[in-house]
Ligand binder design. Structure first.
Ligand code: FES
Length: 254
């Protein structure tokens, strides 16, 4: 049998808007730990990580696993797109640069290429045949219609787009989001004017963490936690563009 210990495992997923993504991955990490232990190869750690939208990021997960001799990174995401995979490899190489005594780093195959997956799904299909029909959604939010509120556009004058794509996430955008959301929530004048949205990659990743304010179309970055509330407030409430952090768009607002 291949000698596995001492190893650490990183389960790498794509993040989501809801907290279930984090709790599901944490539970899967526990089960993988148990499965490896049952096979006599208990890892030092099975660490969840996210390529975007949630944290810990991959570099943070690698920091947590740095004491292991080998770190196996298992992508549990689909699609496992080649451009993203290539960049993740670059991210790992940057983390390893300068760590002469760092662990060996291995990327596992894409999830959908797991050899046993078709058999596992076949078992799931067979088990599902014994399950009851889909339960009807009843009550105030019954299955026949969606909430009336989904027909109205919330009051706003500005769309503010905050990038949670992989490169911005690796630079701290995920950790900064709660502070930005709190600033808007707790500043009545901002709350009335701003519709704050998370986005995937907007392209100029080297300038991340990136914020774009419409309708003026001013792109700002890289935004440190200490700057983002001030830049947003200046723009939305006082009509001022922070020239030092402007990446693209008008230098002055009408
Ligand atoms: S990941 Fe944010 S601009 Fe690409």
């Amino acid at each position: 049998m291949t000698e596995l210990a001492p190893i650490a495992v990183i389960l790498l997923a794509r993040g989501g808007v809801y907290s279930a993504a984090a709790s599901d991955l944490a539970q899967l990490a526990e089960r993988v730990h148990e499965a490896l232990a049952a096979q006599g190869s208990a890892p030092t750690r099975v660490q969840p990580a996210f390529a975007d939208r949630l944290h810990p990021s991959l570099p943070e997960a690698l920091d947590a696993c740095a004491a292991a001799r080998t770190v196996v990174i298992v992508p549990v995401m689909s699609p496992d797109e080649p451009p993203l995979r290539r960049w993740l490899h670059k991210l790992v190489m940057r983390w390893r640069a300068g760590r002469a005594d760092g662990p060996r780093l291995v990327f596992a195959d894409p999830l959908l290429q797991t050899p046993q997956l078709p058999e596992m799904l076949a078992c799931t299909v067979r088990r599902s045949l014994a399950l009851p029909d889909v339960a009807a959604v009843t009550g105030e939010d019954a299955w026949e219609r969606d909430p009336v509120g989904w027909s109205s556009v919330p009051e706003h004058r500005h769309h503010v787009l905050w990038c949670m794509g992989p490169r911005c996430a690796a630079k701290g955008a995920v950790q900064q989001w709660p502070q930005l959301a709190q600033t808007v929530r707790e500043t009545p004048a901002l709350k009335k004017r701003v519709m704050l949205l998370q986005t995937s990659c907007q392209h100029p990743c080297n300038h991340g963490p990136l914020m774009i304010v419409y309708p003026e179309g001013v792109w700002y970055g890289p935004l440190a936690e200490a700057d983002m509330g001030r830049v947003l407030t200046q723009h939305v409430l006082h009509g001022l563009v922070d020239e030092a952090l402007r990446v693209h768009g008008p230098k002055a607002l009408p």
